[in-house]
Design a protein around this ligand. Structure first.
Ligand SMILES: [Zn+2]
Length: 181
């Protein structure tokens, strides 16, 4: 019998997703960034709410629809007030919500995205197997939004080790990892 350390992490984007899109304002393929502002448009009993993105180069706006033709009564009062107040926390939360970008067919710049690795659980696990073929550390990366990432980079960040060392440890089986959706 042998034991190994199992550490679970949750991957959290450090900042709002950036959108890559051809900009109608300045013409090139540009990054659009979260302005942390909402636009609310009331039309009778219907409501539209957008999160406002902006071209990094020319400030051309890109509105991401959060609610479209939604009955006012179906939106929680507290959230509605936060839209009106341009609540920064709420804007950042929407800026990291995959569903919003899918819905708006907005392409996310995953390559430029940095993640925090938040440790959620650590335990010692026992295995009946002979220890010599087992990794000393098993990393579980919780990734419910199926964000794209490079495992070596994230594991190095989580363990505070150089990336080259993590690469070696992965290759020779000292660390193994799994991606939990
Ligand atoms: Zn532009």
């Amino acid at each position: 019998m042998s034991y190994f350390k199992k550490i679970e992490y949750e991957m959290i984007p450090e900042e709002s997703f950036r959108v890559i899109r051809k900009c109608p304002g300045c013409g090139g393929k540009r990054h659009f960034i979260n302005t942390n502002k909402f636009r609310v448009n009331a039309n009778g009993s219907n409501l539209d709410v957008w999160l406002i993105y902006q071209c990094e180069e020319c400030k051309h706006t890109l509105n991401l629809a959060i609610y479209e033709r939604q009955k006012v009564v179906s939106i929680p009062k507290e959230e509605y007030q936060r839209f009106l107040d341009n609540d920064e926390q709420l804007a950042e939360w929407y800026g990291k919500t995959m569903q919003l970008f899918r819905k708006n067919k907005a392409e996310i710049d995953f390559a430029g995205l940095e993640y925090d690795m938040r440790k959620v659980h650590e335990s010692a696990e026992y295995s009946e197997q002979d220890g010599k073929d087992l990794p000393g550390i098993v990393i579980v990366i919780k990734n419910p939004y199926r964000l794209r990432f490079r495992p070596e980079k994230q594991i190095a960040k989580a363990l505070g080790l150089p990336r080259s060392q993590v690469k070696r440890m992965l290759e020779n089986g000292e660390i193994s990892w799994e991606n939990e959706m």
